[in-house]
Design a protein around this ligand. Structure first.
Ligand SMILES: Nc1ncnc2c1ncn2[C@@H]1O[C@H](COP(=O)(O)OP(=O)(O)OP(=O)(O)O)[C@@H](O)[C@H]1O
Length: 147
């Protein structure tokens, strides 16, 4: 029998197969997007940090639009934090599955994943301050009675 990774992927009804043999179809893409959305909603329901980061990202994006500050660095930094929080959630689930008892390696895995989120969050904070800080300060100084 062909080893797992080399086995050809079966197509869904109505999907095309390109020259490399991979299945291309809107149906498959929508199915995958549905699974990804289930991951996002699960993280939002179960992870308080993910909820805080989601609303912080929305606020930062709205602030960037309102201040006419560059949106791309803010969006990229927020996306990085949210994506790493999702990876952290996935890793926690896998660790809890394979190591329900406490184990030093389980601790290493969880702590390293948490550190990745923390590092990205600090980076995002720096991006936010350097991108949104000056225009926000200029707006505040323009208010009557300030500056
Ligand atoms: N199976 C385990 N073996 C050893 N240490 C663990 C294990 N599970 C968790 N820990 C330690 O306890 C800490 C808290 O773990 P927990 O599973 O509550 O995750 P968390 O970091 O609090 O994240 P969250 O609040 O998002 O669930 C981990 O960072 C790790 O240091």
């Amino acid at each position: 029998m062909t080893p797992g990774p080399l086995r050809a992927r079966r197509c869904l009804p109505g999907e095309a197969v390109n020259s490399a043999g991979s299945a291309l179809s809107w149906k498959r893409w929508r199915r995958s997007a549905g699974f990804a959305w289930a991951g996002v909603t699960h993280a939002y329901r179960t992870q308080p940090n993910f909820r805080i980061e989601t609303w912080a990202a929305a606020l930062a994006a709205l602030l960037a639009l309102w201040l006419r500050a560059p949106l791309a660095p803010v969006a990229l930094a927020c996306a990085l934090v949210l994506a790493l929080e999702l990876v952290n959630t996935a890793l926690e689930a896998v660790v809890d599955l394979v190591s329900p008892e406490r184990h030093p390696l389980a601790k290493v895995a969880k702590d390293a994943a948490a550190a990745a989120v923390l590092l990205a969050s600090l980076g995002a904070l720096l991006v936010g301050l350097s991108t949104l800080g000056p225009p926000l300060w200029a707006w505040l100084r323009g208010l009557p009675g300030v500056g």
